[in-house]
Design a protein around this ligand. Structure first.
Ligand code: C5J
Length: 239
């Protein structure tokens, strides 16, 4: 297992969360924004070609836009991910390509360019959540953000030990990434209203699965609680 840096001595701020308070150790927290891509969120993209109702994911955009602003203002490292493949699909396992019965498959032409292919319009992140210059964007061929990417090296170099996890979809790429992170020693808080699923039931149960059994994979809290913990403490007023 990769060893993570130890946390500083001073007591960190905490987020009220399930199953208990989640600490935000100074300089050790990153916001992870998973796969907020047009192909998953916009009508006509890959998500819809699989028969999904994309409006279920679009509800994540407003609270995540606010959380992103709060995280940037608090100086957190913000890391975005995108699921997708090289134009020749050499990094796409044939099993993944064959799976399901979409009206269009990965690599096929779609309204936003070739489906889930790097460099195409549909593969990129929705305008509202566009990465700022300098914010890392991790391109991943799998569901988990650590598999076959440089995310682990990047977080280790930045001294990150705690992840605020957002994005889509709750039970697929968010869950896979949280499980990967948990096994690598990261503490993960999944921000409930900033993750989304095409299936409300999977979303609900997916969140329960994270914090069950004393936090078997991590913690869960709403974005309002996270934003409150990130916001600057008001200066004491003089009498
Ligand atoms: C899926 C993802 N659902 N980002 N990808 O295929 O969750």
């Amino acid at each position: 297992m990769d060893s993570l840096p130890t946390t500083p001595e001073s007591p960190p701020r905490t987020v009220p969360a399930e199953p208990g308070p989640f600490p935000l150790p100074e300089g050790r927290v990153a916001l992870l924004v998973i796969d907020m891509q047009r192909d998953f969120l916009l009508p006509g993209g890959f998500g819809e070609s699989l028969g999904n109702d994309v409006t279920q994911l679009q509800r994540v955009v407003p609270p995540l836009t606010e959380l992103l602003a709060g995280a940037r203002a608090a100086g957190l490292l913000v890391v975005h991910t995108r699921e997708g493949h090289l134009p020749d699909l050499s990094d796409c396992p044939p099993a993944k390509l064959r799976r399901g019965a979409p009206s269009t498959r990965i690599g096929d032409p779609g309204p936003y360019g070739r489906i889930l292919v790097r460099g195409e319009f549909g593969h990129d992140i929705v305008d509202e959540l566009a990465p700022l210059p300098g914010e890392p964007v991790i391109d991943k061929p799998g569901k988990g953000a650590f598999y076959a990417t440089g995310l682990g090296d990047l977080l280790r170099a930045a001294g990150v030990t705690h992840l605020l996890v957002t994005g889509v979809t709750t039970e697929v790429c968010v869950h896979t990434t949280v499980r990967e992170a948990n096994d690598r020693g990261y503490d993960c808080l999944v921000v409930a209203d900033c993750v989304g699923s095409y299936f409300p039931e999977f979303h609900r149960v997916g969140l329960q699965m994270v914090s069950a059994q004393g936090g078997i994979f991590g913690w869960v809290a709403d974005s309002a609680a996270v934003r409150a913990a990130l916001s600057p403490v008001p200066a004491p007023t003089s009498a």
